[in-house]
Design a protein around this ligand. Sequence first.
Ligand SMILES: C[S@@+](CC[C@H](N)C(=O)[O-])C[C@H]1O[C@@H](n2cnc3c(N)ncnc32)[C@H](O)[C@@H]1O
Length: 368
Amino acid sequence: MRSPSTGTVEDSSSALFPVGRQGKSPDSTSPVGGLRMDRDPLHEPVMVAEVVELFAPVPAGVILDATVGTGGHAAAVLAEYPGLGVLGIDRDPEALRVAAERLAPFGSRVVLKHARFADLRTVVDEARAAGRGHWPSTGEADASRQEVSGALFDLGVSSLQLDRAERGFSYRLDAPLDMRMDPGAPLGAADVVNRSDEADLAAWIRASGEGRLARRIARAVVAARPIETTGRLAEVVAAAIPAAARRRGNPAARTFQAIRIAVNDEAEELATGLPAALGVLAPGGRCLAIAYHSGEGGLVKDTFARAVSGGCVCPPGLPCGCGAVCEFRWIFRGSRGASPAEVARNVRASSARLWAVERPGDRGAQGT
Ligand SMILES: C[S@@+](CC[C@H](N)C(=O)[O-])C[C@H]1O[C@@H](n2cnc3c(N)ncnc32)[C@H](O)[C@@H]1O
């Protein structure tokens, strides 16, 4: 991959990815600065219009894009709202390089960091304390206004990860088993598949929706060890599932998802990252999360529900006597899916569910 044409990009953990020259509102859908589209197809972001609309009432400040990926959502938000900056984080340095290139025209309104959800609170505190150059500019005259006005979690993997054979995520592309979102992380899918207990494998596969078949699949995987490639894992899993029990789609899909979640510690990361993001939101700030499978969705829903109830344990219908403080409200009940038109255009949108909460406050909207 070529380096971005602006700024410098460091590759160390927690590196700051400075984003280049100042600019106003470039076309949010087109890549900029000579990005090689043949080698670096941009991930097509899901429910962009909904995300942009939901951030309309937030106060001027910074959107914490916890999954900035290749910058699709970030570019759309920055183009629409001149009063917002973006602090974008991702654990994938490749994605950050693409995002840095794409978001360069927004100049100092964007700061990108190589980090995980688990580091979210520290990233925000350190960037805020370091100030100019580390904290995104919002075009506000009052430089002391360092509110986090919104947070976005667009969960799961990006096309940049899934569609590159060498990243070892896909059952469709034969390659060494890897699945690390951060290629610098110590353990990849081959370690997890070849070293984990059968019981752990079965539990992860069950949690990804394979139900009664999970033990059978885990047993087949253990019997076939060592398994070094995606192709071999897909073969072993497919052979373990009786034809009568197969669902639509690739029989290995759920097992691959289970291994990916384990490799990247996704449940733990989300369980830490979501409350951290809620904790830094300013009055009037909104937190949006897009989940792509039921495990993820359940965690988002429960975390948001706890934030809305303040952890209240009183029986429904009775006045609260337990001292819980409700600091958030639902923006809408339940979750929303992508429109049929978007699902027809982008199959990844079919499983997307968007959840949203707000920290009530009297700060005015940033205006457009
Ligand atoms: C679906 S993609 C986001 C795409 C992005 N919204 C866009 O418009 O291009 C999810 C991204 O989140 C990142 N990610 C997932 N879990 C993470 C974590 N725990 N910490 C940091 N980044 C994470 C992945 O590396 C991936 O780039």
